[in-house]
Design a protein around this ligand. Structure first.
Ligand code: SF4
Length: 368
């Protein structure tokens, strides 16, 4: 069966989920109230990795709706993406990188998604004409890379991915092209069974512009033999693979789990790039955020178990003002540094904030 047909078999209704998870009518009703606001979609492959007898299974937690999502704390566009939007579906926050919102669809919908406001929902934020975005990129000679994001760009048909690759590889001043995707995690057969996709990636990445794929493995159990095969196929097509993990309550908020994940990724040739602090997004904040102090302890605990290659990641917040790494903490202060800054004058700047053990985001901390 082709991946598109497989995609059509996704678990999208509470009744389908109820059969798998053995949910009572009352539990189904509670979840239906959640999916009315934020739809559910789970690939059959990913569902097969879940231990349905365990209500706290970490993989289940990432894709199965939770009544806790009805809590309205937080804001949807937490990182101020609207402020960086230059045309529909095109964001330009940092000088050298343009980000394209290529789609509002993903192979599975993550309950903790920071773009929950648009995933699986009607949205005016998605790129409507790639040619217009391409013209913008051509006019901006300072841009050296483009990040194809969404939603998940690899959930789009291969002919569209090919069009992106062909268009972007023709821009002389681009050095490389990036895909942000969870497809290797949630539907590896979309990669392993699509020779045309791999050929398109190979043509560009080995001749024109290097292609980078940022995956998002959050738990070691996601690194199945099928996922490893997908990674290997990407790498053999000349693609450089790295990983961005989100630190999530009940999923990977444990130093041993986090260390195991980063070690296993490195063993597959996937570079551990970032561990992201989960953003205080509406309907996510209360369920998935880990306080910064606790997160820092988990990250440092994981690093203490890892070799130099496996701990190359930074623990970062993707904040409205830039990508801010939490370098460490002592008895009184957190120490932060701008890794990327929206205002170039902040680039590389160190600063500190007084510790609040309950704080989960920079804006919740008092100035030192
Ligand atoms: S795949 Fe990415 S964009 Fe899609 S729901 Fe998950 S985190 Fe959000």
């Amino acid at each position: 069966m082709g991946w598109e047909k497989e995609f059509g078999r996704n678990i999208i209704s509470v009744d389908q989920l109820g059969e798998l998870a053995g949910l009572t009518p009352a539990a189904r009703k509670r979840l239906a109230a959640v999916t009315e606001r934020h739809p559910m979609s789970i690939t059959r492959y990913y569902a097969s990795l879940i231990d349905w007898s365990d209500p706290s299974d970490p993989l289940r937690r990432m894709v199965v709706p939770d009544p806790g999502e009805l809590d309205p704390s937080g804001v949807y566009d937490q990182s101020g993406e609207r402020l960086n939007t230059r045309m529909q579906g095109l964001q330009h926050k940092y000088g050298r990188t343009v980000l394209l919102l290529t789609t509002n669809i993903c192979t599975s919908f993550c309950r903790y998604c920071f773009r929950k406001r648009l995933v699986g929902l009607p949205s005016h934020e998605i790129m409507s004409r790639f040619e217009d975005a391409l013209a913008y990129i051509r006019e901006h000679g300072e841009v050296n890379n483009v990040l194809l994001s969404g939603g998940d760009p690899l959930a789009l048909p291969t002919r569209m991915v090919r069009r992106f690759l062909e268009g972007l590889s023709s821009v002389g001043h681009l050095d490389f092209i990036r895909f942000g995707t969870k497809v290797p995690v949630t539907m590896p057969q979309r990669i392993t069974e699509d020779a045309e996709l791999l050929q398109s990636l190979r043509e560009v990445s080995t001749k024109e512009k290097r292609v980078f794929v940022s995956t998002q493995f959050n738990h070691p159990r996601e690194l199945t033999p099928a996922a490893r095969r997908a990674i290997t196929k990407l790498q053999r097509s000349g693609v450089v693979t790295n990983n961005q993990t989100v630190l999530l309550r009940g999923v990977n908020d444990d130093a041993t789990v986090l260390a195991d994940l980063q070690r296993s990724l490195t063993a597959c040739g996937v570079i551990p790039y970032y561990v992201f602090q989960c953003r205080p997004v509406k309907r996510v904040k209360k369920l998935f955020q880990v306080p910064l102090l606790e997160g820092s302890g988990i990250v440092e605990g994981a690093k203490a178990m890892l070799d130099g290659y496996s701990k190359r990641f930074r623990y970062v917040m993707s904040h409205r003002d830039g990508k801010i790494s939490l370098a460490g903490a002592d008895d009184r202060y957190f120490y932060f540094r701008f890794h990327q800054a929206r205002d170039p004058r902040n680039s590389g700047r160190f600063f500190r904030r007084r510790i609040d053990p309950a704080a989960c985001w920079l804006d919740e901390l008092e100035s030192a």
